[in-house]
Write a protein that binds this ligand. Structure first.
Ligand code: GUN
Ligand code: ZN
Length: 478
């Protein structure tokens, strides 16, 4: 029989396929020495469970009344090297920003000392903010990308690490590799990581985006990923200027999705960032291939790229998680991504109202006032005459946890508190001494969770667990 490592007792909140936010008060959860969840039941069963699993009831770790335990956050898209300029250089749109800010800085990561310093900082900062799984872009430099993998493993983060591939770069030609080098180095990178046998840090094949890769490179990377059943990540349909350039560079393809799909880069282990302008036809291809989207709302707003219509993606049953897209996004926190995802959905909703209003006004000039036909805030809710629901905080919570693990195809391992999954979790204390918000009165647990998602931050994250191991607070020698 497995031996019990930890037993936790208190309020748990997680998502399942049926329920976006399930709150389970007075529950008890036990993990084994490998960090897997052995049992998760009502605490009334405590004595029976103690007998069955042979643990000491005195050693149960019990959480406070207002505290709750939630699954770890999954960042499905983050550029580790860009953390060095987070929150700056945000005045330009995507392609200009890449040329003037991003490429020159990424180019400095050939220096391994620079990489080690920055990457240890990024891993610690993301962990402290509750990111238990991160899907990273590094740079084109293989050895520095290996350092990022070492850092994630050292601090205990679950991670996918991508050595970036780019064999064309017209805007900043210095930061480039040859096609052969890019393929050869990707293979070396994957081999090195395989030999390191990290339990929870894996390589991911990473063509940067359509503009920076030739057809030959995309084709070879697709073949290689297929042969070795590897994960794949890239960017797609982030801005209109980007799409225009991709279609100019790939005249034989009918759309951006086809550029990846025909080169075997859309699989059930693929996560593509953004997708703001994907058509229904393209979303249908994503669904068929089992490929996922990473919704990065902070970045989409910050670089004025566009908005992803999350509800439309969900309607197409395309797998989806949230991403910070640091440093196109200025926040390292998935809690921020949750807020921005909700706000983006509300913006889309308001734009739809405006379009409908304008249509009616144009058709019936002078007959109706705009707010008579907008149909918003019916019965004080966002229920609409338009057939559109705003993304709820519960659905956004699911995207940031279970949704992210589905997008990365690791939902059989992590994402919620089902028995046999690994215990990736955050202990949240809404009443932390330095909390950025107050809890004034007795409120329901659901309300408490909503307040944390809208107002809380890392000061409320008391502890972080990855596969049953406490990784925050950091050990004193970290
Ligand atoms: N498209 C290609 N590279 C990048 C990048 O680094 N950030 C974002 N947001 N989009 C990209
Ligand atoms: Zn990105």
């Amino acid at each position: 029989m497995d031996t019990v490592q930890h037993v936790f007792k208190g309020t748990f909140a997680h998502s399942t396929h049926r329920c976006a936010l399930e709150v389970l008060e007075n529950h008890i959860l036990g993990t084994d020495s490998a960090g897997k969840i052995l049992f998760f039941e009502d605490a009334q069963e405590q004595t029976r469970l103690a007998q069955k699993w042979g643990f000491d009831e005195q050693k149960i770790e019990e959480f406070g009344k207002s505290e709750f335990i939630m699954p770890g956050l999954v960042d499905t898209h983050i550029h580790a090297p860009q953390y060095s300029f987070i929150g700056s250089g945000m005045e330009r749109p995507l392609l200009e920003w890449l040329k003037h800010t991003t490429f020159p800085i990424e180019d400095t990561y050939s220096d391994l000392e620079n990489a080690r310093n920055l990457y240890s900082t990024v891993v610690k900062r993301t962990l402290r903010n509750g990111t238990t799984t991160a899907c990273y872009f590094a740079t084109i430099h293989t050895d520095a990308s290996i350092v990022l993998a070492e850092m994630a493993s050292q601090y205990g983060q679950r991670a996918f690490i991508g050595k970036v591939c780019m064999d064309r770069n017209n805007t900043y030609p210095k930061y480039i590799e040859s096609t052969e080098e890019s393929i050869r180095e990707t293979k070396r990178f994957v081999e090195v990581l395989k030999n390191k046998k990290y339990e929870r840090v894996k390589p991911i094949v990473t063509p940067r985006f359509g503009i920076s890769c030739t057809e030959k490179l995309l084709n070879e990377l697709g073949k290689y990923a297929d042969e070795h059943q590897l994960h794949i990540q890239s960017h797609i349909s982030e801005s209109t200027a980007e799409i225009e350039e991709v279609l100019r560079l790939f005249p034989g393809y009918k759309n951006y999705t086809e550029v990846y799909n025909k080169n075997k880069l859309l699989t059930n282990k693929t996560v593509m960032a953004h997708g703001c302008y994907l058509t229904d036809e393209e979303l249908h291809v994503f669904r068929e291939k089992g490929a996922a989207l990473s919704h990065c709302p902070n970045s989409n707003i910050s670089l004025c790229s566009g908005h992803l219509d999350v509800q439309n993606v969900l309607r197409h049953k395309v797998k989806m998680g949230l991403g910070t897209d640091v440093a196109g996004g200025y926040s390292i926190s998935l809690i921020d991504a949750i807020r921005k995802a909700i706000e983006t959905s509300k913006i889309i909703f308001m734009e739809k109202i405006k379009r409908e209003t304008n249509k009616i006004n144009t058709n019936q000039k002078g007959k109706m006032a705009p707010n008579e036909v907008s149909g918003h805030a019916k019965n004080g809710t966002m229920e609409m005459e338009l057939d559109y629901n705003v993304l709820s905080y519960k659905e956004a919570f699911r995207l940031a946890t279970l949704g992210g693990s589905e997008a990365l195809n690791i939902d059989h391992i992590t994402g919620n508190f089902e028995v046999n999954k690994e215990f990736d979790a955050l202990v949240i204390n809404p009443e932390a001494k330095d909390s950025p918000f107050e809890v004034f009165s007795q409120i329901s647990k659901e309300e408490m969770i909503q307040r944390f998602l809208y107002l809380g931050d890392d000061r409320n994250i008391k502890a972080v667990y990855v596969a049953g191991r406490c990784v925050v607070p950091f050990p004193s020698n970290a």
